[in-house]
Design a protein around this ligand. Structure first.
Ligand code: GAP
Length: 446
């Protein structure tokens, strides 16, 4: 058997639409640039991605959760540096009207040429702030301007003291949050890799100055292990140190994943020093120092940040999981089984119920069985076309187990359970099925 991995993002874009992972936003109106909707399978899988991250972060004795508002006081963005500094240099080609970023377009950096048509008839470089602006209240005057947050992190900084005092956690401790962020990117693209509306999963870990480098190292290791645990192949991951540090960072490293367009940033891990808390102290006039009671010390904590895009991780999981198993029979005829080899915790459905026939004596048992399984798992039910085709449909969306109800089930009250990857089959009593699936999901890859 030959295994082919994903080579082209378009394969995934069309599978996503066909099977209901991701649709283009407002498609019936021609779509809206770089905006995407998560469909029946995508919405389930996205919840699983978030749950995996959330549990890894908050099922620890030193991290609390937060769900902050998207709209924040406009001074937050003055203090954070986003109003003055969160911009990209923008250039327009006067010939073909292409708009591009001056700082990451090779043909412009080297030869001052348009990357699309090669013309040198270009506009001046302009600084373009990436924050979306809107107005609060009925009047559109400058006094009512608010921004859609470009990162979730600022919610953590302005709530640092609230979270610390409410939880009574001592430093070192962290705040984790999942939420939408918005950036008016000049060049979004590559499906859900870079979009203007996206979800971030960020954790800020507050530490004593002087211990920051050690915690930075520890979080690098933990984040790497998280990806491996959820099935990302180590050869598709690497760390990349930043050559140029952001205004707030003392150290920064990206976790890069090998997307079809090459290794690109999946997650950023940053040592933000005491930059953010100091800025918010300055702009709000509030003292955000931490008092270390046992050691009678006062200090502004340093922050180690881990920040990953949920949509980008969703894409990485799909890219990594996709495989085509190609077999050739004796007559030379090729057969391709497409498998989305997702980690069972990430897969949209854990189990599918497939009655062998649509006859009432099987569908009545099968529907009951679906409800029994749905008490513990996300279940799919499929009764149309041959059993072989139905197995293939489940393989393509990553369902770890298929349960077939056949005519023997009427007498023996047992079903056949098929494993997605090994394709082994086992007969299991209906009364034992939920416990069986739960146990097998835990040891799926062993
Ligand atoms: N608070 C730090 C921060 O926001 P970042 O490196 O700008 O850091 C963190 O963003 C992560 O958010 C990125 O590694 C990426 O996964 C995701 N992200 C950023 N911009 C994105 C976009 N336009 N579309 C999708 N994901 C994005």
């Amino acid at each position: 058997m030959k295994i082919k991995h994903l080579e082209d993002l378009n394969t995934l874009v069309s599978l996503s639409k066909r099977r209901g992972f991701v649709f283009q936003s407002s498609e019936i109106y021609g779509g809206l640039g770089s905006c995407w909707d998560y469909g029946p399978l995508g919405s389930l899988m996205k919840l699983n991605v978030k749950r995996a991250w959330w549990n890894a972060m908050t099922r620890r004795p030193d991290i609390v959760g937060l769900d902050a508002a998207i709209l924040m006081h406009p001074m937050v963005w003055k203090a954070s540096g986003h109003v003055d500094g969160f911009s990209d240099p923008l250039v327009d080609c006067k010939e073909c009207k292409t708009r591009f970023r001056a700082d990451n377009t090779d043909s412009y950096i080297n030869e001052k040429k348009c990357p699309n048509c090669g013309s040198k008839n270009l506009s001046e470089e302009r600084s373009f702030n990436l924050m979306f602006k809107t107005h609060m209240g009925p009047l559109e005057d400058t006094g009512s301007v608010v921004y859609l947050r470009p990162e979730t992190a600022q919610g953590h900084f302005v709530n640092f003291q609230n979270c610390q005092q409410a939880s009574r956690y001592k430093i070192p401790f962290g705040i984790a949050a999942i939420g939408k962020s918005f950036r008016n990117e000049i060049t979004p693209g590559n499906f859900i890799f870079r979009t203007r509306e996206f979800e971030q999963m960020e954790m800020q870990y507050f530490v004593e100055p002087g211990t920051d480098e050690q915690f930075f190292k520890e979080w690098k290791e933990r984040r790497w292990n998280f990806y491996i645990k959820f099935g990302i192949k180590p050869e598709n991951l690497k760390f990349k140190d930043h050559d140029k540090l952001a205004h707030y960072a003392k150290a920064a490293v990206d976790v890069e994943f090998k997307f079809p367009m090459g290794f690109s940033e999946l997650e950023g891990i940053h040592n933000r020093s005491d930059f953010d808390l100091s800025q918010h102290m300055k702009f709000s006039g509030k003292n955000l120092e931490y008092f270390d009671e046992p050691n009678k010390k006062k200090y502004i904590p340093y922050v180690i940040e881990t920040a990953v895009g949920c949509d980008r991780l969703f894409l990485a999981f799909l890219c990594d999981a996709y495989r085509e198993e190609v077999t050739t029979d004796e007559a030379g005829k090729e057969d391709v089984r497409v498998v989305m080899g997702l980690h069972p915790e990430i897969a949209p459905f854990k189990v599918a119920v497939l009655p062998l026939s649509k006859k009432e004596e099987l569908s009545s048992i099968s529907e009951k069985l679906r409800d029994q399984l749905a008490e513990d798992f996300d279940v799919n039910y499929d009764e149309s076309q041959s059993i072989g085709k139905r197995y293939r449909r489940q393989d393509e969306i990553g369902t770890p187990f298929c349960v077939t109800v056949d005519f023997d089930t009427i007498n023996d009250q047992a079903v056949t359970v098929r494993h997605r990857d090994k394709m082994t089959q086992e007969r299991v009593a209906i009364t034992q099925l939920n416990a069986y699936i739960a146990a097998k999901l835990k040891t799926f890859n062993q």
